[in-house]
Design a protein around this ligand. Structure first.
Ligand SMILES: *Cc1c(COP(=O)(O)O)cnc(C)c1O
Length: 377
């Protein structure tokens, strides 16, 4: 937790649950990534945290934006973003949302199917388009499965058809899965992308852009992560190996690695209980859970570090759950979390690395609980 957030918590003591984001950390993370990978332009994945102060901070730093919907396009523009610096990166778009983005000046679009390509040729004529390819997301804590992307042969065909449809066949993209801890998967994906580049070059189409996606990890509980430089080194070595003198323009779309560590969720302990008199394990109920924004605790995939007022004192095993009446609202049961024995109902605790994929995941009023308040400092 940064001193700025600590001071904010002490002075403001906002009613929980809430998210507080230190914008200086957003800046630091952006600068660190740019410095490690100067050849790659950053397109911040708006979905990770679309709050205006975050986007405005990034506009100030010269960031581009990866938007997934008409609302995210508008939000990026409202923050002062330039439409020429927005990519509509979702491969699944409504016609009217494409038309909306095009009208606002967006000229860069993702696709992975022939039907989407037809939509783009009609609603965003002449735009630059890039095809998303399937790749492995092994090693990712939050994989993206086979929902997005197509096989290489299809990608080649589609890019040729893009040219026939008077679109500008611009590049190839992939995403190695979110919270990806293994740099080697970028190498695999870049090798696959390079095959599409070279097949298309043989067909007379010179692609110009390689989109390396997001996936760069943030620090959560128990993580031993390679530094960002190892990801950058792997990427640059692979770029040289696979593209040599035909190095394309490269872009990255970090979401989590920009926003996660900038945020802290404040929560209050609603209840501590046991199921049996001689149980060792305490059930600890927070006032925020799966439906209040902690959706990424699904399958206990993302493990937030928990800070308490008694850190350093004796701890015992706990099961951590949210406040709703839904049986699925358990955060950590299989993963061995421990919390101080002194912890009591009414105490305030903080979930760290919580600035990405939290506020936006909160349900409207499930069980009557309002979405958490948000503070950007
Ligand atoms: C979600 C997403 C990102 C961001 O991924 P992170 O793992 O948060 O960096 C980037 N690009 C696309 C297309 C995405 O869907």
């Amino acid at each position: 937790m940064t001193p700025k957030i600590q001071r904010f918590l002490e002075q403001r003591r906002p009613e929980s649950p809430f998210l507080v984001v230190d914008l200086d950390v957003v800046t630091e993370n952006y600068v660190k990534l740019r410095r490690a990978l100067p050849r790659a332009e950053v397109y911040y994945a708006v979905k990770a945290n679309p709050a205006l102060p975050v986007l405005e901070t990034l506009v100030g730093l010269g960031s581009h934006f990866d938007a997934a919907s008409a609302w995210e396009v508008d939000q990026s523009l409202e923050a002062g973003g330039d439409p020429a610096r927005i990519s509509f990166g979702n491969t699944i778009k409504k016609r009217r949302d494409i038309a909306h983005a095009y009208e606002k000046g967006v000229r860069l679009y993702a696709f992975d199917s022939i039907e989407e390509l037809h939509k783009l040729s009609e609603e965003a004529p002449g735009s630059r388009v890039y095809c998303r390819i399937l790749t492995t997301s092994e090693g990712a804590r939050w994989p993206l499965s086979r929902k997005f992307g197509c096989e290489l042969e299809m990608a080649c065909d589609l890019m040729k058809q893009a040219a026939d449809l008077k679109l500008d066949p611009h590049g190839i993209s992939f995403h190695v899965g979110s919270q990806q801890t293994d740099p080697a998967v970028w190498d695999i994906a870049m090798g696959r992308a390079a095959m599409v580049f070279s097949d298309l070059r043989d067909a007379g189409i010179e692609l110009r852009m390689l989109n390396l996606g997001g996936g760069f990890p943030a620090r959560y509980r128990g993580d031993d992560l390679p530094p960002i430089e190892s990801f950058a080194d792997t990427i640059m070595q692979s770029a040289t190996r696979y593209f040599g003198n035909h190095m394309p323009e490269m872009i990255i779309e970090p979401g989590r690695s920009i926003a996660a560590e900038a945020g802290v969720i404040g929560t209050e302990i609603v209840l501590i209980s046991k199921k049996n008199y001689d149980d060792d394990v305490r059930w600890v109920y927070f006032d925020v859970g799966k439906f209040g924004g902690l959706a990424e605790t699904m399958d206990e995939a993302i493990r937030y570090p928990v800070a308490t007022p008694y850190d350093g004192s004796d701890e015992g095993p706990v099961i951590i759950a949210g406040p709703t009446c839904d049986g699925a609202d358990i955060l950590y049961e299989k993963n061995p979390y421990t919390l101080p024995l002194k912890l009591k109902t009414g105490d305030r605790v903080e979930l760290l690395s919580a600035g990405a994929y939290t506020s936006v995941y909160a349900s409207q009023r499930f069980n009557g609980f309002a979405p958490m308040a948000e503070f950007y400092i």
